[in-house]
Design a protein around this ligand. Structure first.
Ligand code: RIB
Ligand code: CA
Length: 312
């Protein structure tokens, strides 16, 4: 069997981050080295606590590192309209035993990447603050990152303003640092994540897996799908974050197009927009592989397979 892909998951759990973690934590094709946490969907205290509940509940022996509580420049914004007061409203977890590591997430990223053979994929499913701060602290890690695979941005519309997607909008400067650092970038944006809508029959399918992971999935989606319906009118919540991890498990999952992507960080109305030159108007260097389509059926098969790998 080919080598496992080494990865670090940088996230802001967050209901869909939780599913990304469930997939990363059980795949025989992936080696999840660590989970770094950032403020985003909720405050850092909430997102760290949520990450610890998740690794404890799932029985994952993976270290969790607390990261940046604030964006690099702008004020903090959270997405409690979708993810609730805790950031993971819905499931009720047993009293927390697990503790976060004492090392800061940014220091962990710098140390781990510098010590590596350059074979680690960094998956970000929240604002890119931790990775950007690591790149600022030690720019040489850019040559040590195998690939940055981010959930964020869109060729088309946004989801937090007409122009911008939440993870980029929450810290546009961080995204700018990451997109221009020189490491290979794969951008998994709303154009594909809004195609994997978690309809009721999907929730039933995953709940019927019948183990702790299936139960957690159903409880998470109970809240997430309700708020996505309230806010966007979707009949199924778009399961954004796990698309990143799923694309590592099956490289054929996404249709990718090389594009020049520029982050808007000066405008008022369009701050946080990913300007993706899909027609190559500007003939500028291509700076990212952008996901433009997804095999939806295959995606749900990957999710179900990931849940089945957890014990009762
Ligand atoms: O725009 C969707 C992204 O914002 C997802 O990562 C979701 O968890 C929120 O962080
Ligand atoms: Ca997220």
């Amino acid at each position: 069997m080919s080598e496992k892909i080494k990865m670090i998951l940088d996230c802001d759990p967050g209901h869909d981050d939780a599913v990304a973690l469930m997939v990363a934590g059980s795949s025989p094709k992936l080696e999840l080295l660590g989970v770094t946490v950032v403020a985003g969907n909720q405050t850092i205290d909430n997102t760290v606590r949520n990450a610890l509940h998740l690794v404890e509940y799932l029985g994952l022996d993976v270290p969790v590192y607390a990261g940046c509580p604030l964006p690099m420049v702008r004020e903090r914004k959270i997405a409690d309209d979708i993810h609730g007061e805790s950031g993971l409203d819905g499931p009720v977890f047993p009293p927390l035993q697990r503790k976060a590591e004492t090392e800061h997430a940014v220091n962990y990223l710098v140390r781990t990447l510098m010590e590596s053979e350059g074979d680690i994929v960094v998956v970000t499913t929240g604002p890119m603050t931790n990775l950007a701060m690591a790149l600022r602290m030690e720019p040489r890690i850019a040559q040590k990152i195998r690939r940055i695979v981010l959930m964020g941005g869109s060729v088309g519309y946004g989801n937090v303003t007409p122009a911008a997607e939440f993870n980029i909008w929450a810290d546009g400067e961080a995204a700018q640092v990451c997109f221009t650092c020189g490491a290979p970038v794969t951008m998994v944006g709303l154009d594909v994540t809004r195609k994997v809508l978690c309809y009721p029959h999907i929730v039933e399918r995953m709940g019927a897996v019948g183990n702790r992971a299936g139960k957690l999935f159903a409880e998470l989606m109970g809240h997430f799908c309700r708020t996505e319906k309230e806010v966007f009118g979707f009949d199924g919540g778009p399961l954004h974050d796990p698309v990143t991890v799923a694309s590592l498990i099956d490289p054929e999952l996404l249709t990718l197009q090389d594009m020049n992507v520029q982050i808007e960080i000066r405008a008022q109305q369009s701050y946080g927009r990913t300007n993706c030159d899909s027609f190559d108007y500007l003939h500028l260097p291509h700076t990212a592989q952008v996901a433009v389509d997804i095999d939806v059926e295959r995606f749900w098969d990957i999710i179900e397979d990931a849940l089945r790998r957890y014990d009762a």
